[in-house]
Design a protein around this ligand. Structure first.
Ligand code: PMP
Length: 369
C-alpha cells in the first residue's frame, strides 16, 4: 500500500528527490565521496550551494537587492536572531499575533527590545487574520513581523500589508515556496526547511542588503546575517546535506511548473479537503473561510472521543500523522507541495466513510447536499 504522510514537519518529500538522493548517496556527482563526507570548503560543495541558491532565486524571482542565506537553528532560533539582527538602534519592533507560532516569535523578540503587538487574533480565538484596517503600525518600528501561515492553527494570509518605510519580516516556515509572491515587498523572509524544502537542519533567510549591517553587539557571529552574507553562508560548517537536498527539491519544483503550479495544486488539494469537512456534521473547521490555510488544514471531530479511533483507522488506510499540534489538539492534515492529489483524495474517501459510520443519527442526511 502507498502511504501518505500528512505530518506538519519534517514532512513528506517528493519521491523523485528521495530516489535521486538514494542513487547518488555513495558517490556525489562522480566525486567518489558521499554528500555526507564533502568538506564544506570544497569546490563541489560550493557549486552545490551556488546552484541551489540560483535555482531558488529563479523560482521566487528574488531580486539582486536581496541576499540568500543558508543557516541553521530552525525558525525558532531565528525568532531571537531576527530581533538581534534587525532591531537596530531604536530597539523597537511591531508584531502581529495570529496563532501559536507568532506568539512564540513575540515571546522571544521581547528579550531584545520593545515589542508592540499591533494587531492580534487572540480575541477571536485565532480564527481569522486581523483585518488590515485594525492594525496600528508604529512609524519608529525597526520592522513589522508577520507569520504568513500559522502551522498549528491553520490560518494563512491571503493578502500582504503595505507598510510605508517599515520593512516587513515574515516567518514563512510553513508556506515557503507554496505560491508566487513579490519578494521585494519583504525586508526579510525566513523559513525552516523541513516542510516544503527538505531535511530539518537548514533555515533559509532572504534579506534585503541594506538590513545586513544593524546587528546588536551580542549577536553570535555565526548568526550575524551580515557576517554570513559576506562569507556566502560559510562562516562555520553549514548543513551541507540539507542544502544539497534543498537544491534537488528546488529542481523538482521547477520541473513541476514552478510556484504557479505549486499554488494551483495546493488550492485544488485544500479545496477538496475543506469541502469534505464543511459538508459533514462529524467535522468542523473553526477558521474563517477567507483565512484558511492551504498548507495546514486544522479540523475537529464533533465528538473528540472518536479522535483516537479516527487516527488509528486512518493509519490502516495508509494515512499517517493526522494528529493536531500538541498545543492545539484536534486533527490536522498538512498538504505541502510534495503531497500528491491522490493522497488528499484517499483522505477524503476515508473521512466520508468515517463520517457515515459516526454521524449522529439523522444529521448526516440533512447535512449532505
Ligand atoms: N514557525 C512556524 C510557522 C513553524 O511552523 C515552525 C515549526 N513547526 C517554527 C516556526 C519553528 O521551526 P523549527 O522547529 O524549525 O525551529
Amino acid at each position: 500500500m502507498e502511504y501518505f504522510n500528512f505530518a506538519a514537519g519534517p514532512a513528506q518529500m517528493p519521491k523523485a528527490v528521495l530516489e535521486r538522493i538514494h542513487e547518488e548517496f555513495f558517490n556525489c556527482q562522480d566525486s567518489g565521496q558521499s554528500i555526507l563526507e564533502l568538506p564544506f570548503t570544497s569546490d563541489l560543495y560550493g557549486a552545490i550551494a551556488e546552484r541551489a541558491e540560483n535555482r531558488l532565486r529563479q523560482l521566487m524571482g528574488i531580486p539582486e537587492s536581496h541576499r540568500v542565506l543558508f543557516l541553521q537553528g530552525g525558525a525558532y532560533a531565528h525568532f531571537s536572531l531576527v530581533a538581534m539582527n534587525l532591531m537596530g538602534a531604536t530597539r523597537q519592533a511591531d508584531y502581529v499575533e495570529t496563532g501559536h507560532w507568532s506568539t512564540r516569535a513575540i515571546g522571544e523578540a521581547r528579550r531584545y527590545g520593545r515589542v508592540t503587538v499591533i494587531a492580534s487574533a487572540e480575541e477571536n480565538g485565532f480564527t481569522r487574520i486581523p483585518p488590515w484596517k485594525t492594525w496600528r503600525p508604529n512609524r519608529n518600528a525597526a520592522y513589522c513581523h508577520i507569520t504568513t501561515n500559522e502551522t498549528a492553527d491553520g490560518l494563512q494570509y491571503h493578502w500582504l500589508p503595505v507598510l510605508e518605510g517599515v520593512p516587513l519580516v515574515a516567518d514563512m516556515t510553513s508556506d515557503f515556496l507554496t505560491r508566487p509572491l513579490a519578494v521585494d515587498s519583504f525586508g526579510v523572509i525566513y523559513a525552516s526547511a523541513q516542510k516544503n524544502v527538505g531535511p530539518a537542519g537548514l533555515t533559509i533567510v532572504i534579506i534585503r542588503q541594506d538590513l545586513l549591517e544593524q546587528a546588536q553587539a551580542c549577536t553570535p557571529t555565526i548568526f550575524n546575517y551580515g557576517v554570513q552574507a559576506a562569507s556566502h553562508s560559510r562562516t562555520n560548517t553549514p548543513p551541507t546535506f540539507a542544502v544539497y537536498a534543498a537544491g534537488l527539491v528546488f529542481d523538482w519544483i521547477q520541473a513541476q511548473g514552478g510556484l504557479e503550479a505549486m499554488a494551483l495544486n495546493n488550492c485544488q488539494k485544500s479545496r477538496l479537503l475543506y469541502a469534505a469537512i464543511d459538508r459533514s456534521p462529524v467535522y468542523s473547521c473553526p477558521v474563517e473561510s477567507a483565512c484558511r490555510s492551504l498548507s495546514n488544514v486544522c479540523f475537529q471531530l464533533s465528538d473528540p472521543v472518536l479522535e483516537e479511533r479516527f487516527l488509528t483507522d486512518a493509519e490502516q488506510h495508509g494515512l499517517l500523522n493526522l494528529q493536531g499540534h500538541g498545543a492545539r489538539g484536534g486533527l490536522r492534515a498538512s498538504l505541502y507541495n510534495a503531497m500528491p492529489l491522490a493522497g488528499v483524495e484517499r483522505l477524503v474517501d476515508y473521512m466520508e466513510a468515517f463520517s457515515s459510520r459516526h454521524a449522529p443519527s439523522g444529521l448526516l442526511q440533512s447535512a449532505t447536499p
